[in-house]
Design a protein around this ligand. Structure first.
Ligand code: 13P
Length: 253
């Protein structure tokens, strides 16, 4: 059965020492907190990956993710990072397809499909992000748009590969804006994504793939969003940068 997951995406925030302090606060808080959350994933900047992977070795519920990877295995790609480098420092997940990378780094569905293959080929699990802009939402085409993102970047995979995929629906209009999707809007899209998975891969894959909501999810609204049947947790940006807020989101389960 699918897992309840809360993932924190630190984006380009935190110095090395501030990141390690935040991580330690989260670990301390987690050991005291009572919650039903089955997995917590921290998507830190590259500079933190090795240290936080070491620090979370004894914490079964915690996993570490990189925020991006290159599609090629190695080579002359100055400033990039490969999946094997990420694996070599102990991270077990990678975020692929975040809207900020699609937007600022012109990452197409086709490139993302290659990144997914590179990650899975190196035993790195994938949190795959999808989601529409406000313009697409208002045009009424948002379901087709997300369908196309999933088909283009994930639907070449085998059924077995989906056990290493988490999907995050992040409507761009809700990211960092304070505008959250309503629980009905989130449920509608999550249910759709699950139906899409069922049509491509069958009910077993659909029911065992975690689908997270991201976009101004915070300590106040997490409980309501997570109570929706097809919302299996959240991918949290701003509210993941303060241990108290992040821990209270985890405790929303
Ligand atoms: P916010 O929670 O800051 O809206 O960011 C969401 C996000 O982009 C997580 O990946």
């Amino acid at each position: 059965m699918r897992k309840k997951i809360v993932a924190g995406n630190w984006k380009m925030n935190k110095s090395y020492t501030d990141g390690i302090s935040l991580f330690n606060e989260i670990i301390d808080g987690l050991s005291l907190a009572e919650h039903q959350c089955e997995k917590v994933i921290l998507c830190t900047p590259y500079i933190h990956l090795q240290k936080v992977s070491e620090l979370c070795k004894n914490h079964q519920t915690l996993s570490i993710a990189a925020q991006n990877c290159h599609s090629e295995i190695a080579g002359a790609y100055t400033g990039e990072i490969s999946v094997s480098m990420i694996v070599s420092v102990g991270a077990t997940y990678v975020l692929i397809g975040h809207s900020e990378r699609r937007m600022y780094n012109a990452e197409s569905n086709e490139i993302l499909s290659k990144k997914v293959d590179a990650a899975l080929g190196n035993q790195l699990k994938v949190i795959f992000c999808c989601g529409e802009s406000l313009e697409i939402r208002n045009s009424g085409e948002y379901i087709n748009y997300v369908n196309n993102q999933l088909e283009s970047s994930l639907f070449h995979l085998t059924k077995e590969a989906f056990s290493n995929i988490v999907i995050a629906y992040e409507p761009i209009w809700a990211i960092g804006t304070g505008l959250t999707a309503t629980k009905e809007q989130a449920q509608e899209m999550h249910q759709h994504i699950r139906t899409k998975l069922a049509s491509g891969y069958g009910l077993e894959v659909a029911n065992s793939t975690s689908i997270l909501y991201g976009g101004s999810c915070n300590a106040q609204n997490a409980k309501e969003l997570f109570s929706q049947v097809d919302v299996d947790g959240g991918l949290i940006g701003g509210a993941a940068l303060k241990a108290a807020d992040f821990l209270s989101i985890i405790q929303s389960f």
